[in-house]
Design a protein around this ligand. Sequence first.
Ligand code: AMP
Length: 220
Amino acid sequence: MTERSVLVLLGPPGAGKGTQADRLSKSVGIAHVSTGDLFRGHLSANSSLGRAAKGYMESGQLVPDDLVIDMLFDRVSKPDCEKGYLLDGFPRTVAQAQALERRIAPPWRQRAIEIAVPDEVLVARISGRRTCPKCNASFHTVSLPPAKPDVCDACGGALVQRADDQADVVRKRLSVYREQTAPVSVFYSQRGLLTRVDGNLPPDRVFEAILGWAQNKKAG
Ligand code: AMP
């Protein structure tokens, strides 16, 4: 029986989950599923789910569990997730972690890794973040500036700051993380499924640690 892995990437907003998940999914060839990206897709399409999620997202709160879980399970039923997938931004509550656990039966198994970063580093990182709405490339005003200010190196699109990356919303997202999402790390740790990596190291070192974890089938 071939093992099929659900790799769960945990960490506060600004820990670098999106960037690392993108690199990892390309490197090991599994689908990268980001619930934040799925919601942003629904917002731009102005779908009913997008309209339901908008207020929560713009104020830095979590979208209700039932909406997130339905959207996620629908996404991971697609053929590109048949052999395994990498979750970025899910689960964000213990109820979401429990729903995922109920869905996973052998040969499937799950493992989680947490990218740990001190709070004071996070606000600075997030408020400098810029993304390209056309091709989804990400930049940072200090650590990864584009060649021309506010212009995407990859496609020439105009870079934007996500509404929820502004400082006051970032602080709200961090307090939501501490209250609702930190217990998810405890959930995986109690099951012996959690590995922690220091997210304050240079991004390449963080990536090496995550890649090692993803390739070690026996890691807990
Ligand atoms: P992200 O890009 O992962 O930071 O997600 C952006 C926003 O989408 C979050 O601040 C939430 O409002 C919403 N969101 C994304 N994933 C989830 C989730 N698993 N549970 C609840 N809300 C979520």
